[in-house]
Design a protein around this ligand. Sequence first.
Ligand code: DGI
Ligand code: FE
Ligand code: FE
Length: 199
Amino acid sequence: MKTVDIKKIRKKMEKEQDSKRFEHTLGVAYTASALAMCNQTDPEKALIAGLLHDCAKCIGNDKRISICEKHHIPISEIERQNPFLLHAKAGSYIAKKKFHIHDEDILNAILYHTTGRPEMSELEKIIYIADYIEPGRKHAINLPKIRKMAFQDLDEALLVILNDVLNYLHSIDNPIDPMTQETFDYYLSNKNNQTKKES
Ligand code: DGI
Ligand code: FE
Ligand code: FE
């Protein structure tokens, strides 16, 4: 990986994000880095992906849509209706073009950090999980249990988070992105297949 100036990225994010969002960004970056250490994954890549994962969070829906349209990034029906979801796609694009990140794994970790996807890489799982468990998060149910699990088994933690997110979205009548559902279904069947093999 070409050397990336992490200090510069951190400074830019501090300037662009409000203080609460920046605290979250740091929380994700360092939690992801610790999870990477725990899973023989590159902690520096995790730090960079964590610092950049919400780089399109503070730019407004119109801008997110226009970035995607201008650069031929497909917008699904559900993303059109809930443009906040696009901060993942727009963020991945900004990370590449504005922050000169060319590592596909980092770009994908940003791209799939909100919905997940089937067959995630270790880094993608780590960013998805770190986003949910970083120390600044307070409200999700099962947090203490998930935080412990995250440092023992990424797939187990992923499955509980996806289950809780889907239940939460159903409870407040929010539409589900098919990718969120697909990710849950994939990791559930993965777990069931493993249990069958073991017995
Ligand atoms: O950007 P953050 O707030 O740090 O975290 P995020 O990018 O994971 O976004 C979290 C929000 O995204 C949370 O309120 C749940 C929501 N979300 C995740 N999957 C879906 C979703 N919202 C909808 N409507 N549909 C989804 O499938
Ligand atoms: Fe996000
Ligand atoms: Fe986030």
